[in-house]
Write a protein that binds this ligand. Structure first.
Ligand SMILES: *Cc1c(COP(=O)(O)O)cnc(C)c1O
Length: 348
Protein backbone atom coordinates (compact mmCIF):
# COMPACT_ATOMS: atom_id res chain seq x y z
CA UNK A 1 0.00 0.00 0.00
CA UNK A 2 1.36 3.39 -0.99
CA UNK A 3 1.78 6.12 1.56
CA UNK A 4 -1.26 8.36 2.03
CA UNK A 5 -0.98 11.65 0.15
CA UNK A 6 -2.46 13.94 2.78
CA UNK A 7 -3.21 17.31 1.20
CA UNK A 8 -5.75 18.40 3.81
CA UNK A 9 -3.45 20.80 5.62
CA UNK A 10 0.16 21.76 6.30
CA UNK A 11 -0.56 21.04 9.97
CA UNK A 12 -0.40 17.28 9.50
CA UNK A 13 3.41 17.01 9.26
CA UNK A 14 5.40 14.90 11.68
CA UNK A 15 8.72 16.12 13.11
CA UNK A 16 11.72 15.10 10.99
CA UNK A 17 14.56 13.04 12.52
CA UNK A 18 16.67 16.20 12.86
CA UNK A 19 13.83 17.99 14.63
CA UNK A 20 13.26 15.04 16.96
CA UNK A 21 16.95 15.01 17.83
CA UNK A 22 16.78 18.72 18.68
CA UNK A 23 13.75 18.03 20.90
CA UNK A 24 15.54 15.20 22.69
CA UNK A 25 18.56 17.35 23.42
CA UNK A 26 16.74 20.53 24.48
CA UNK A 27 17.69 21.90 27.90
CA UNK A 28 14.50 22.35 29.93
CA UNK A 29 13.06 24.34 32.82
CA UNK A 30 9.68 25.53 34.05
CA UNK A 31 8.52 28.17 31.57
CA UNK A 32 5.79 29.48 33.89
CA UNK A 33 8.71 30.57 36.10
CA UNK A 34 10.39 31.87 32.93
CA UNK A 35 13.27 29.44 33.27
CA UNK A 36 13.05 27.16 30.31
CA UNK A 37 16.22 28.03 28.35
CA UNK A 38 14.88 26.51 25.12
CA UNK A 39 11.68 28.58 25.28
CA UNK A 40 13.66 31.73 26.08
CA UNK A 41 15.99 31.05 23.16
CA UNK A 42 13.10 30.55 20.73
CA UNK A 43 11.40 33.73 21.92
CA UNK A 44 14.59 35.75 21.38
CA UNK A 45 15.15 34.12 18.01
CA UNK A 46 11.72 34.89 16.57
CA UNK A 47 11.61 38.40 18.08
CA UNK A 48 15.03 39.17 16.55
CA UNK A 49 14.11 37.63 13.24
CA UNK A 50 10.96 39.74 12.89
CA UNK A 51 12.38 42.90 14.44
CA UNK A 52 10.44 43.01 17.72
CA UNK A 53 11.54 43.63 21.31
CA UNK A 54 9.96 40.48 22.65
CA UNK A 55 8.00 37.34 21.88
CA UNK A 56 5.92 34.78 23.74
CA UNK A 57 5.67 31.07 22.92
CA UNK A 58 2.08 29.91 22.64
CA UNK A 59 0.46 26.47 22.36
CA UNK A 60 -1.63 27.47 19.33
CA UNK A 61 -2.13 30.23 16.81
CA UNK A 62 -5.66 30.69 18.07
CA UNK A 63 -4.40 31.47 21.56
CA UNK A 64 -1.67 33.68 20.16
CA UNK A 65 -4.17 35.77 18.19
CA UNK A 66 -6.53 35.88 21.17
CA UNK A 67 -3.84 37.11 23.54
CA UNK A 68 -2.67 39.57 20.89
CA UNK A 69 -6.12 41.06 20.43
CA UNK A 70 -6.79 41.18 24.17
CA UNK A 71 -3.41 42.79 24.81
CA UNK A 72 -4.47 45.64 22.52
CA UNK A 73 -8.16 45.92 23.42
CA UNK A 74 -10.25 46.41 26.56
CA UNK A 75 -13.87 45.33 27.10
CA UNK A 76 -16.11 47.38 24.83
CA UNK A 77 -13.36 48.02 22.28
CA UNK A 78 -13.61 46.63 18.78
CA UNK A 79 -11.22 45.33 16.18
CA UNK A 80 -11.64 45.75 12.43
CA UNK A 81 -11.05 42.58 10.46
CA UNK A 82 -11.80 40.93 7.10
CA UNK A 83 -14.92 38.75 7.11
CA UNK A 84 -12.92 35.69 6.05
CA UNK A 85 -10.12 36.23 8.55
CA UNK A 86 -9.16 33.37 10.81
CA UNK A 87 -9.52 35.49 13.96
CA UNK A 88 -13.07 36.39 13.00
CA UNK A 89 -14.36 33.18 11.46
CA UNK A 90 -12.31 30.24 12.73
CA UNK A 91 -11.47 30.97 16.36
CA UNK A 92 -14.83 30.34 18.03
CA UNK A 93 -15.39 34.05 18.55
CA UNK A 94 -12.76 34.02 21.30
CA UNK A 95 -12.07 37.76 21.40
CA UNK A 96 -15.79 38.46 21.87
CA UNK A 97 -16.45 35.57 24.25
CA UNK A 98 -13.40 35.90 26.47
CA UNK A 99 -12.49 39.54 26.07
CA UNK A 100 -15.79 41.31 25.31
CA UNK A 101 -14.03 42.72 22.27
CA UNK A 102 -16.42 43.22 19.38
CA UNK A 103 -15.23 42.31 15.90
CA UNK A 104 -16.17 44.73 13.11
CA UNK A 105 -15.90 42.57 9.98
CA UNK A 106 -15.58 44.11 6.52
CA UNK A 107 -15.87 42.42 3.12
CA UNK A 108 -12.66 41.48 1.34
CA UNK A 109 -11.85 42.72 -2.15
CA UNK A 110 -11.55 39.97 -4.80
CA UNK A 111 -7.78 39.76 -4.14
CA UNK A 112 -8.30 39.29 -0.40
CA UNK A 113 -7.24 42.80 0.61
CA UNK A 114 -9.51 45.27 2.39
CA UNK A 115 -10.47 48.52 0.67
CA UNK A 116 -8.96 51.50 2.50
CA UNK A 117 -12.28 53.32 2.14
CA UNK A 118 -14.02 50.41 3.90
CA UNK A 119 -11.48 50.45 6.73
CA UNK A 120 -11.88 54.21 7.02
CA UNK A 121 -15.68 53.92 7.07
CA UNK A 122 -15.54 51.22 9.75
CA UNK A 123 -13.51 53.34 12.17
CA UNK A 124 -16.00 54.89 14.56
CA UNK A 125 -15.91 58.36 16.02
CA UNK A 126 -15.76 58.81 19.76
CA UNK A 127 -19.45 58.68 20.63
CA UNK A 128 -21.16 56.93 23.54
CA UNK A 129 -23.30 54.95 21.09
CA UNK A 130 -20.33 53.18 19.58
CA UNK A 131 -17.78 50.63 20.59
CA UNK A 132 -14.28 52.11 20.63
CA UNK A 133 -12.37 51.25 17.43
CA UNK A 134 -9.04 50.12 18.76
CA UNK A 135 -7.32 47.65 16.44
CA UNK A 136 -6.93 46.66 12.81
CA UNK A 137 -6.20 42.94 12.37
CA UNK A 138 -4.90 41.67 9.01
CA UNK A 139 -3.85 38.23 7.85
CA UNK A 140 -0.96 37.16 5.57
CA UNK A 141 -1.12 34.81 3.82
CA UNK A 142 -4.91 34.81 3.60
CA UNK A 143 -6.18 31.53 2.17
CA UNK A 144 -2.73 31.09 0.62
CA UNK A 145 -2.72 34.54 -0.95
CA UNK A 146 0.10 36.92 -0.30
CA UNK A 147 -1.09 40.39 0.65
CA UNK A 148 0.66 43.10 -1.40
CA UNK A 149 3.18 45.19 0.53
CA UNK A 150 1.59 48.49 -0.52
CA UNK A 151 -1.72 47.30 0.92
CA UNK A 152 -0.12 46.31 4.23
CA UNK A 153 1.69 49.63 4.33
CA UNK A 154 -1.31 51.80 3.49
CA UNK A 155 -3.82 49.95 5.66
CA UNK A 156 -1.59 50.01 8.73
CA UNK A 157 -0.67 53.63 8.13
CA UNK A 158 -4.35 54.54 7.93
CA UNK A 159 -5.04 52.63 11.15
CA UNK A 160 -2.18 54.33 12.95
CA UNK A 161 -3.21 57.78 11.75
CA UNK A 162 -6.60 57.19 13.38
CA UNK A 163 -5.11 55.97 16.65
CA UNK A 164 -5.63 52.25 16.07
CA UNK A 165 -3.08 49.55 16.85
CA UNK A 166 -2.30 46.88 14.26
CA UNK A 167 -2.05 43.09 14.55
CA UNK A 168 -1.00 40.60 11.91
CA UNK A 169 -2.20 37.02 11.96
CA UNK A 170 0.91 35.70 10.25
CA UNK A 171 0.17 32.01 10.76
CA UNK A 172 1.77 31.53 7.33
CA UNK A 173 3.91 34.67 7.33
CA UNK A 174 6.93 32.69 6.12
CA UNK A 175 5.03 31.37 3.12
CA UNK A 176 4.32 34.97 2.17
CA UNK A 177 7.94 35.92 2.82
CA UNK A 178 9.33 33.06 0.75
CA UNK A 179 7.04 33.86 -2.19
CA UNK A 180 7.96 37.53 -1.95
CA UNK A 181 11.68 36.73 -1.72
CA UNK A 182 11.43 34.56 -4.79
CA UNK A 183 9.80 37.39 -6.77
CA UNK A 184 12.29 40.01 -5.55
CA UNK A 185 15.36 37.74 -5.40
CA UNK A 186 15.89 38.62 -1.77
CA UNK A 187 16.09 36.68 1.48
CA UNK A 188 12.85 35.35 3.01
CA UNK A 189 13.92 36.46 6.49
CA UNK A 190 14.36 39.99 5.21
CA UNK A 191 10.93 39.92 3.56
CA UNK A 192 9.33 38.55 6.75
CA UNK A 193 10.84 41.45 8.66
CA UNK A 194 9.68 43.98 6.07
CA UNK A 195 6.12 42.66 6.38
CA UNK A 196 6.25 42.54 10.18
CA UNK A 197 7.57 46.09 10.58
CA UNK A 198 4.14 47.51 9.74
CA UNK A 199 2.51 45.89 12.76
CA UNK A 200 2.44 46.40 16.53
CA UNK A 201 2.06 42.66 17.00
CA UNK A 202 2.51 39.60 14.82
CA UNK A 203 1.46 36.02 15.46
CA UNK A 204 3.30 33.23 13.60
CA UNK A 205 2.61 29.48 13.57
CA UNK A 206 5.43 26.95 13.77
CA UNK A 207 3.00 24.07 13.32
CA UNK A 208 1.98 24.85 9.73
CA UNK A 209 4.45 24.87 6.84
CA UNK A 210 7.42 25.18 9.17
CA UNK A 211 6.74 21.61 10.28
CA UNK A 212 6.91 21.78 14.08
CA UNK A 213 4.39 19.57 15.92
CA UNK A 214 2.99 22.34 18.14
CA UNK A 215 3.31 26.02 18.77
CA UNK A 216 3.05 29.63 17.71
CA UNK A 217 4.59 32.88 18.88
CA UNK A 218 3.22 36.33 19.53
CA UNK A 219 5.73 39.11 18.87
CA UNK A 220 5.51 42.72 20.00
CA UNK A 221 6.91 45.37 22.33
CA UNK A 222 8.08 44.41 25.83
CA UNK A 223 4.97 46.06 27.27
CA UNK A 224 2.60 44.20 24.98
CA UNK A 225 4.26 40.86 25.66
CA UNK A 226 4.17 41.56 29.40
CA UNK A 227 0.38 41.98 29.14
CA UNK A 228 0.07 38.97 26.84
CA UNK A 229 1.85 36.80 29.38
CA UNK A 230 -0.90 37.36 31.94
CA UNK A 231 -3.56 36.77 29.27
CA UNK A 232 -1.89 33.53 28.21
CA UNK A 233 -1.98 32.35 31.83
CA UNK A 234 -5.66 33.31 32.01
CA UNK A 235 -6.37 31.37 28.82
CA UNK A 236 -4.69 28.31 30.31
CA UNK A 237 -1.65 28.48 28.07
CA UNK A 238 1.15 28.60 30.64
CA UNK A 239 3.21 25.50 29.87
CA UNK A 240 5.94 23.97 32.01
CA UNK A 241 8.87 22.11 30.33
CA UNK A 242 7.77 23.59 27.03
CA UNK A 243 11.33 23.59 25.70
CA UNK A 244 10.61 20.15 24.25
CA UNK A 245 8.27 21.96 21.87
CA UNK A 246 10.09 25.27 21.57
CA UNK A 247 13.24 23.47 20.44
CA UNK A 248 11.26 21.96 17.54
CA UNK A 249 10.09 25.44 16.57
CA UNK A 250 13.64 26.84 16.79
CA UNK A 251 14.85 23.97 14.62
CA UNK A 252 12.12 24.83 12.10
CA UNK A 253 13.27 28.45 11.95
CA UNK A 254 16.83 27.30 11.28
CA UNK A 255 16.05 24.58 8.73
CA UNK A 256 12.56 24.88 7.28
CA UNK A 257 12.07 28.45 6.08
CA UNK A 258 13.85 28.27 2.72
CA UNK A 259 12.37 24.89 1.88
CA UNK A 260 8.86 26.39 1.79
CA UNK A 261 9.86 27.28 -1.78
CA UNK A 262 9.70 23.53 -2.53
CA UNK A 263 6.09 23.40 -1.31
CA UNK A 264 5.26 26.36 -3.54
CA UNK A 265 6.92 24.74 -6.55
CA UNK A 266 4.98 21.50 -6.01
CA UNK A 267 1.78 23.53 -5.73
CA UNK A 268 2.52 25.24 -9.07
CA UNK A 269 3.04 21.81 -10.60
CA UNK A 270 -0.27 20.57 -9.19
CA UNK A 271 -2.04 23.63 -10.57
CA UNK A 272 -0.44 23.26 -14.02
CA UNK A 273 -1.72 19.69 -14.24
CA UNK A 274 -5.27 20.48 -13.13
CA UNK A 275 -6.09 23.92 -14.45
CA UNK A 276 -7.46 22.81 -17.82
CA UNK A 277 -9.83 20.13 -16.56
CA UNK A 278 -13.37 21.19 -17.55
CA UNK A 279 -15.72 21.87 -14.65
CA UNK A 280 -13.00 22.94 -12.22
CA UNK A 281 -12.56 26.57 -11.22
CA UNK A 282 -9.02 27.04 -9.97
CA UNK A 283 -7.18 30.26 -9.21
CA UNK A 284 -3.41 30.22 -9.73
CA UNK A 285 -1.75 29.50 -6.36
CA UNK A 286 0.60 32.06 -4.84
CA UNK A 287 1.99 29.86 -2.07
CA UNK A 288 1.10 26.36 -0.82
CA UNK A 289 -2.71 26.37 -0.90
CA UNK A 290 -5.04 25.59 -3.80
CA UNK A 291 -8.82 25.88 -3.87
CA UNK A 292 -10.75 23.94 -6.48
CA UNK A 293 -14.30 25.16 -7.03
CA UNK A 294 -16.53 22.50 -8.56
CA UNK A 295 -18.67 24.20 -11.15
CA UNK A 296 -22.31 23.47 -11.86
CA UNK A 297 -21.56 20.73 -14.41
CA UNK A 298 -19.67 18.56 -11.90
CA UNK A 299 -21.23 19.49 -8.57
CA UNK A 300 -23.44 16.42 -8.39
CA UNK A 301 -20.30 14.29 -8.54
CA UNK A 302 -18.57 16.12 -5.67
CA UNK A 303 -18.95 13.35 -3.07
CA UNK A 304 -17.98 10.74 -5.64
CA UNK A 305 -14.80 12.70 -6.36
CA UNK A 306 -13.82 12.93 -2.70
CA UNK A 307 -14.51 9.18 -2.23
CA UNK A 308 -12.57 8.34 -5.40
CA UNK A 309 -9.56 10.29 -4.12
CA UNK A 310 -9.78 8.74 -0.68
CA UNK A 311 -9.90 5.25 -2.16
CA UNK A 312 -6.62 6.09 -3.91
CA UNK A 313 -5.00 7.39 -0.74
CA UNK A 314 -5.38 11.09 -1.58
CA UNK A 315 -6.93 13.19 1.18
CA UNK A 316 -8.39 16.67 0.63
CA UNK A 317 -10.74 18.96 2.58
CA UNK A 318 -14.10 20.25 1.37
CA UNK A 319 -16.81 19.17 -1.02
CA UNK A 320 -17.89 21.79 -3.56
CA UNK A 321 -14.81 23.81 -2.73
CA UNK A 322 -11.84 21.51 -2.24
CA UNK A 323 -8.71 22.64 -0.47
CA UNK A 324 -5.33 21.10 -1.29
CA UNK A 325 -2.20 22.07 0.63
CA UNK A 326 1.44 21.15 0.02
CA UNK A 327 3.87 20.70 2.92
CA UNK A 328 6.94 18.95 4.29
CA UNK A 329 5.34 15.49 4.18
CA UNK A 330 4.28 15.50 0.53
CA UNK A 331 6.76 15.05 -2.31
CA UNK A 332 6.75 15.10 -6.12
CA UNK A 333 5.59 11.48 -6.22
CA UNK A 334 2.65 12.31 -3.97
CA UNK A 335 1.68 15.19 -6.24
CA UNK A 336 1.91 12.90 -9.29
CA UNK A 337 -0.44 10.45 -7.57
CA UNK A 338 -2.89 13.19 -6.65
CA UNK A 339 -2.87 14.52 -10.21
CA UNK A 340 -3.35 11.03 -11.66
CA UNK A 341 -6.27 10.31 -9.32
CA UNK A 342 -8.04 13.57 -10.16
CA UNK A 343 -7.45 13.26 -13.91
CA UNK A 344 -8.63 9.66 -13.82
CA UNK A 345 -11.90 10.75 -12.21
CA UNK A 346 -12.54 13.38 -14.87
CA UNK A 347 -11.12 11.14 -17.59
CA UNK A 348 -8.92 14.07 -18.54
C1 LIG B 1 -3.94 27.81 11.52
C2 LIG B 1 -4.18 29.24 11.62
C3 LIG B 1 -4.27 29.90 12.85
C4 LIG B 1 -4.09 29.22 14.19
O1 LIG B 1 -4.47 27.94 14.25
P1 LIG B 1 -4.19 26.94 15.45
O2 LIG B 1 -4.74 25.68 14.92
O3 LIG B 1 -4.91 27.47 16.63
O4 LIG B 1 -2.71 26.88 15.70
C5 LIG B 1 -4.49 31.26 12.84
N1 LIG B 1 -4.62 31.93 11.69
C6 LIG B 1 -4.52 31.35 10.50
C7 LIG B 1 -4.63 32.17 9.27
C8 LIG B 1 -4.31 29.98 10.41
O5 LIG B 1 -4.22 29.40 9.21
Amino acid sequence: MNKIVDLRSDTITHPTPGMRAAMMQAPLGDDVFGDDPSVNLLQEKIADLLGFEAALFMPTGTQSNLCGILAHCQRGDEYIVGHNAHTYLWEAGGAAVLGSVQPQPIQHQPDGTLALTDIEAAIKIDDPHFARSRLLALENTLGGRRMPMNFLEQATQLARSRGLATHLDGARLFNAAVAQAEAQRTDPRQEARLIAQHFDSVSVCFSKGLGAPVGSALCGSKDLIYRARRLRKMAGGGMRQAGVLASAAAYALDHHIDRLADDHALMRELYAQLKDIPGLGIEAPQTNILFIDLQESVRERAQALVDHLKARGVLVIGLYRLRLVTHLDVDADGIRRAVAAIREFFDA
